[in-house]
Ligand binder design. Structure first.
Ligand SMILES: [Fe+2]
Ligand SMILES: [Fe+2]
Length: 169
Protein backbone atom coordinates (compact mmCIF):
# COMPACT_ATOMS: atom_id res chain seq x y z
CA UNK A 1 0.00 0.00 0.00
CA UNK A 2 1.06 3.58 -0.71
CA UNK A 3 2.26 5.59 2.24
CA UNK A 4 -0.43 8.03 3.25
CA UNK A 5 -0.30 11.65 2.25
CA UNK A 6 0.76 13.61 5.31
CA UNK A 7 3.90 11.53 5.84
CA UNK A 8 5.41 12.75 2.57
CA UNK A 9 4.76 16.44 3.19
CA UNK A 10 5.86 18.67 0.34
CA UNK A 11 6.69 15.61 -1.80
CA UNK A 12 3.20 14.17 -1.53
CA UNK A 13 1.24 13.91 -4.77
CA UNK A 14 -1.53 15.96 -3.22
CA UNK A 15 0.98 18.74 -2.47
CA UNK A 16 1.96 19.19 -6.13
CA UNK A 17 0.53 22.67 -6.42
CA UNK A 18 2.04 23.72 -3.14
CA UNK A 19 5.42 22.42 -4.26
CA UNK A 20 5.19 24.43 -7.48
CA UNK A 21 4.40 27.50 -5.41
CA UNK A 22 7.36 26.94 -3.11
CA UNK A 23 9.63 26.51 -6.16
CA UNK A 24 8.28 29.79 -7.53
CA UNK A 25 9.11 31.62 -4.31
CA UNK A 26 12.55 30.02 -4.18
CA UNK A 27 13.21 31.06 -7.78
CA UNK A 28 12.39 34.67 -6.96
CA UNK A 29 14.72 34.44 -3.95
CA UNK A 30 17.43 32.98 -6.19
CA UNK A 31 17.19 35.94 -8.59
CA UNK A 32 17.20 38.42 -5.71
CA UNK A 33 20.47 36.95 -4.49
CA UNK A 34 22.02 36.96 -7.97
CA UNK A 35 21.07 40.59 -8.53
CA UNK A 36 22.41 41.50 -5.09
CA UNK A 37 25.74 39.89 -6.00
CA UNK A 38 25.87 42.06 -9.15
CA UNK A 39 24.94 45.25 -7.31
CA UNK A 40 27.30 44.70 -4.40
CA UNK A 41 30.14 43.74 -6.72
CA UNK A 42 29.86 46.97 -8.70
CA UNK A 43 29.44 49.11 -5.57
CA UNK A 44 32.38 47.44 -3.84
CA UNK A 45 34.60 48.43 -6.74
CA UNK A 46 33.11 51.79 -7.77
CA UNK A 47 33.08 53.65 -4.46
CA UNK A 48 35.79 56.25 -3.86
CA UNK A 49 36.95 57.93 -0.71
CA UNK A 50 38.70 57.27 2.57
CA UNK A 51 35.56 56.42 4.50
CA UNK A 52 34.15 54.32 1.69
CA UNK A 53 36.82 51.71 2.38
CA UNK A 54 34.90 50.20 5.28
CA UNK A 55 31.75 49.96 3.17
CA UNK A 56 33.66 48.42 0.28
CA UNK A 57 35.20 45.76 2.52
CA UNK A 58 31.87 44.96 4.05
CA UNK A 59 30.25 44.62 0.62
CA UNK A 60 33.08 42.39 -0.56
CA UNK A 61 32.39 40.01 2.34
CA UNK A 62 28.66 40.10 1.65
CA UNK A 63 29.14 39.13 -2.01
CA UNK A 64 30.42 35.72 -0.90
CA UNK A 65 27.55 35.28 1.51
CA UNK A 66 24.89 36.27 -1.01
CA UNK A 67 26.41 33.93 -3.58
CA UNK A 68 26.24 31.18 -0.96
CA UNK A 69 22.55 31.99 -0.46
CA UNK A 70 21.92 31.80 -4.21
CA UNK A 71 23.56 28.38 -4.22
CA UNK A 72 21.36 27.18 -1.36
CA UNK A 73 18.21 28.39 -3.10
CA UNK A 74 19.32 26.67 -6.31
CA UNK A 75 19.98 23.40 -4.49
CA UNK A 76 16.59 23.49 -2.84
CA UNK A 77 14.82 24.20 -6.15
CA UNK A 78 16.49 21.07 -7.52
CA UNK A 79 15.59 18.97 -4.49
CA UNK A 80 11.94 19.95 -4.98
CA UNK A 81 12.16 18.71 -8.61
CA UNK A 82 12.30 22.21 -10.05
CA UNK A 83 14.77 23.56 -12.58
CA UNK A 84 17.13 26.42 -11.77
CA UNK A 85 16.46 29.06 -14.46
CA UNK A 86 18.96 30.27 -17.04
CA UNK A 87 20.22 33.82 -17.41
CA UNK A 88 17.66 34.82 -20.03
CA UNK A 89 14.90 34.63 -17.46
CA UNK A 90 16.60 37.27 -15.32
CA UNK A 91 14.77 40.55 -14.80
CA UNK A 92 16.51 43.34 -12.91
CA UNK A 93 14.61 45.03 -10.06
CA UNK A 94 17.26 46.93 -8.10
CA UNK A 95 16.95 50.32 -9.82
CA UNK A 96 17.90 51.87 -6.47
CA UNK A 97 21.31 50.16 -6.44
CA UNK A 98 22.65 51.48 -9.73
CA UNK A 99 25.96 53.36 -9.54
CA UNK A 100 25.45 56.88 -8.15
CA UNK A 101 26.29 59.98 -10.15
CA UNK A 102 29.34 60.60 -7.96
CA UNK A 103 31.33 57.59 -6.81
CA UNK A 104 31.96 59.24 -3.45
CA UNK A 105 28.24 59.08 -2.74
CA UNK A 106 28.53 56.40 -0.08
CA UNK A 107 25.15 57.24 1.42
CA UNK A 108 23.41 56.32 -1.85
CA UNK A 109 24.98 52.87 -1.66
CA UNK A 110 24.23 52.43 2.04
CA UNK A 111 20.57 53.28 1.49
CA UNK A 112 20.43 50.97 -1.53
CA UNK A 113 21.87 48.09 0.48
CA UNK A 114 19.33 48.65 3.28
CA UNK A 115 16.56 48.60 0.69
CA UNK A 116 17.84 45.41 -0.95
CA UNK A 117 18.19 43.67 2.41
CA UNK A 118 14.71 44.81 3.45
CA UNK A 119 13.28 43.36 0.22
CA UNK A 120 15.00 40.05 0.92
CA UNK A 121 13.81 40.05 4.54
CA UNK A 122 10.21 40.60 3.42
CA UNK A 123 10.29 37.89 0.77
CA UNK A 124 12.05 35.34 3.00
CA UNK A 125 9.67 36.03 5.87
CA UNK A 126 6.87 35.18 3.48
CA UNK A 127 8.56 31.91 2.47
CA UNK A 128 8.90 31.01 6.15
CA UNK A 129 5.17 31.65 6.65
CA UNK A 130 4.08 29.82 3.50
CA UNK A 131 6.12 26.70 4.24
CA UNK A 132 4.88 26.40 7.82
CA UNK A 133 3.71 22.86 8.50
CA UNK A 134 4.29 21.69 4.92
CA UNK A 135 7.99 22.02 4.12
CA UNK A 136 10.10 22.28 7.29
CA UNK A 137 13.35 21.74 5.41
CA UNK A 138 12.87 24.77 3.15
CA UNK A 139 11.59 26.71 6.13
CA UNK A 140 14.65 25.87 8.21
CA UNK A 141 17.05 26.83 5.43
CA UNK A 142 15.28 30.14 4.80
CA UNK A 143 15.20 31.02 8.50
CA UNK A 144 19.00 30.75 8.60
CA UNK A 145 19.35 32.91 5.48
CA UNK A 146 16.84 35.40 6.88
CA UNK A 147 19.05 35.83 9.91
CA UNK A 148 22.04 36.65 7.67
CA UNK A 149 20.00 39.33 5.87
CA UNK A 150 18.87 40.83 9.16
CA UNK A 151 22.52 41.02 10.18
CA UNK A 152 23.48 42.71 6.90
CA UNK A 153 20.72 45.28 7.26
CA UNK A 154 21.60 46.00 10.88
CA UNK A 155 25.23 46.60 9.94
CA UNK A 156 24.34 49.06 7.17
CA UNK A 157 21.79 50.81 9.37
CA UNK A 158 24.68 51.42 11.72
CA UNK A 159 26.74 52.92 8.89
CA UNK A 160 23.84 55.16 7.92
CA UNK A 161 23.36 56.31 11.50
CA UNK A 162 26.94 57.52 11.58
CA UNK A 163 26.42 59.64 8.45
CA UNK A 164 23.10 60.93 9.78
CA UNK A 165 24.72 61.89 13.07
CA UNK A 166 27.22 64.00 11.18
CA UNK A 167 24.47 65.56 9.07
CA UNK A 168 25.80 63.95 5.89
CA UNK A 169 22.73 61.85 5.17
FE1 LIG B 1 21.33 36.87 0.70
FE1 LIG C 1 22.18 40.21 2.44
Amino acid sequence: MEATSASKGIFDGASGERREYVIEMLTKAYWMEIETVMSYLSASVNLDGVRAQEIKESLTEDIEEELGHARQFADRIKELYGVVPGSQEFEAEQGFLQPPEHQTDTVHVIRGVIKAETGAIEHYTRIVEETEGIDPVTQDMVIAILRDEQGHRRLFEGFLREYEFEGKA
